[in-house]
Design a protein around this ligand. Structure first.
Ligand SMILES: [Zn+2]
Ligand SMILES: [Zn+2]
Length: 272
């Protein structure tokens, strides 16, 4: 916008374009993410407001506990790694699945809007190697996709479905996971980018940071090749796995294997 000041002139900020009014309008729409997304495309002014306020308000309104934990008691205006737009996208968008170095797949599966996801830090803990247990990570339940008509392709065993999951670290810059990756000089993936912020990612399989609890948590097979996930430099996680159909005599439904997280009943899971 034009030259300085602006407080007195105020044309740009008048009426409906007033930031506070916009927040009220979108609150009345219950911060429908599609409405915010459309608004952000209308004009540069609205895009700026969305970046500064609307995506953050949307995240807070839909996932208040999770956002409080991620910002760690900082003011709600606090920043999150990768920005609020990326976090909003992570909350509402399943990124599908693509073949990668450690995950064979015949063809990529497109992402989609996912209005009802559930994130929990109890689940997140299953994706942290023991040495990284001090980190706080939220991970979604896997979004299940029927393996395609082609038999699911390269990596699938009979009867397996494809699962896609995603998550986010609190304060990734100071996390043990990042310290380990940087300390070990783990290489960033050449071909994979974060579907939420576009940044570069590490493969947790390549880094040796996938604990045995991860496939169990997901209901995936225990052996190799059953899952892969990536963490970007801003602390977003995304991954995919093969989900076994449970048979009648499958007695392995107790996914809380060692009882560690029984007492950690997750109040922060958010259902939309
Ligand atoms: Zn999905
Ligand atoms: Zn990212």
């Amino acid at each position: 916008g034009g030259g300085g000041g602006g407080a007195a002139g105020g044309d740009v900020n008048a009426g409906i374009m007033d930031e506070r009014v916009l927040v009220l309008v979108f609150r009345s729409l219950n911060f429908d993410p599609r409405a915010v997304g459309v608004a952000a495309c209308v004009s540069r002014r609205l895009r700026a407001v969305a970046e500064r306020v609307l995506w953050r308000e949307l995240c807070i309104s839909r996932a208040p506990r999770m956002v409080a934990a991620l910002t760690d008691g900082l003011s709600p205006a606090g920043r999150v790694g990768g920005g609020w737009h990326a976090l909003a996208k992570l909350l509402f968008f399943c990124c599908g699945c693509a073949p990668s170095r450690f995950f064979a797949l015949a063809a990529p599966l497109p992402g989609h809007f996912a209005p009802e996801s559930r994130f929990s830090k109890t689940s997140g803990r299953s994706f942290l190697a023991r040495r990284c247990w001090g980190d706080l990570l939220y991970v979604s339940d896997p979004c299940e996709h029927p393996a395609g008509g082609g038999g699911g392709g390269a990596g699938a065993a009979a009867g397996e479905d494809l699962g896609s999951f995603r998550g986010v670290f609190r304060g990734f810059v100071r996390s043990r996971t990042r310290a380990w990756l940087v300390g070990r000089q783990a290489e960033l993936e050449a071909r994979v980018r974060c579907p939420y912020c576009g940044a570069r990612v590490w493969s947790m399989t390549a880094a040796g940071l996938v604990p045995r609890s991860a496939p169990r948590r997901l209901g995936s097979r225990d052996g190799g090749g059953g899952l892969e996930y990536f963490v970007c430099v801003n602390g977003h996680l995304h991954g995919c796995c093969w989900l076994a159909h449970l048979s009648d005599d499958d007695d392995d439904n107790n996914d809380d294997d060692d009882g560690d997280d029984i007492g950690d009943i997750d109040e922060s899971g958010v259902a939309w």
